[in-house]
Design a protein around this ligand. Structure first.
Ligand code: NAP
Length: 292
């Protein structure tokens, strides 16, 4: 199926810098074609200094909505006329839609992150402990996701003490400020045995450095049997981290479903419909990744 571009074709897209590597156009255009809709989804490389003018241009052009990726997820906030509470709490927006002549921002990474945890493992998380490696943008969505699921404890582990403290401070106005604790990497030996969910939000092990892992074999050996190891990386699949964890008896979740589900949630907002072809989107991503 291909989308025919006509004079009535509506525009969706993703802004980032760089953004050429994004898999979102493949995934969203597959969904649009499957639904037979007259939309197209494009990637727009927007430099940070051009963000404001680009967003004004999008408004003038009548763009229906767009995704936001690095480095604009936080910088876009002042340019929006409305920010959904969850995106406000996290301090990052990945999905923007046009409403009443203004831009509305939300964060579907949170929905994406929790989807495989909810659908695959029907657990009561209220007595569970989450340990999160990394304190970048994705870790913010993971904190919100773990809070929504009701985790008893959320521990964020970072390698750089200064950045870790900045990360801590950046939440001071957030409703989620008290939902987590921060730790340096040296504290991992104490934290890993307590983890029911261990999430890698660092890029360590991502293609092409596929032999790397955020943890040593000795560190991961302390993961308890039946714990869940969740890597936000989707290529390679599985990562070295997930292989190590599986060898240890852990349940593995890779980053592909998060990518699919954040896209599904964004399409629901833009198209104002619940019926989204999730299998088509997943298949489109898997085909694209197998070409790499
Ligand atoms: P980011 O904002 O750059 O954050 C990366 C974090 O990893 C930072 O805290 C960084 O530490 C840490 N880190 C990097 N190298 C490290 C190392 N060698 N040792 C220890 N920590 C290290 O990136 P992001 O947006 O959070 O994305 C992180 C990963 O998640 C990427 O692989 C991305 O592809 C993936 N992701 C996947 C999805 C999905 O849908 N599946 C969505 C979002 C992100 P410093 O702060 O000290 O530099």
């Amino acid at each position: 199926m291909t989308n025919t571009i006509t004079g009535k074709t509506k525009l969706l897209g993703v802004i980032g810098h760089p953004v050429e590597h994004s898999l979102s156009p493949v995934m969203h255009n597959a969904a649009i074609a499957s639904l037979g809709l007259n939309y197209v989804y494009l990637a727009f490389p927007i430099k940070p200094e051009n963000l404001e003018i680009a967003i004004a241009g999008f408004a003038a052009m009548g763009i229906v909505g767009f995704n936001v990726t690095i480095p604009h997820k936080q910088a876009i906030l002042p340019l929006l006329s409305q920010i959904e509470p969850i995106a406000q709490a996290v301090g990052a927006v990945n999905t923007v839609s046009r409403k009443d002549h203004g831009w509305v921002g939300t964060n579907t990474d949170i929905t994406g992150f929790i989807a495989p945890l909810q659908t695959t493992y029907h657990q009561d998380w209220s007595q569970k402990v989450a340990v999160v490696l990394g304190n970048g943008g994705a870790a913010r969505a993971v904190i919100a996701g773990c809070t929504q699921l009701g985790f008893a404890e959320i521990h964020i582990v970072g390698r750089n003490e200064k950045k870790l403290q900045e990360f801590r401070r950046s939440w001071h106005n957030s409703a989620l400020a008290d939902s987590f604790q921060v730790h340096t990497w040296e504290e991992l030996p104490k934290l890993i045995p307590q983890a029911n969910l261990l999430v890698n939000t660092t890029p360590i092990g991502m293609y092409p450095k596929v032999a790397e892992s955020p943890l040593s074999v000795e560190e991961i050996a302390n993961l308890t049997l039946g714990a869940i190891a969740y890597d936000l990386i989707y290529t390679p699949n599985p990562t070295q981290f997930l292989q190590q964890a599986q060898n240890q008896g852990a349940i593995a979740i890779d980053g592909l479903e998060m990518l699919v589900q954040q896209g599904v949630a964004a399409l629901k907002i833009w198209l104002q419909q619940e019926n989204i072809p999730v299998d088509v989107m997943r298949q489109a991503l898997q085909s694209q990744l197998s070409l790499k």
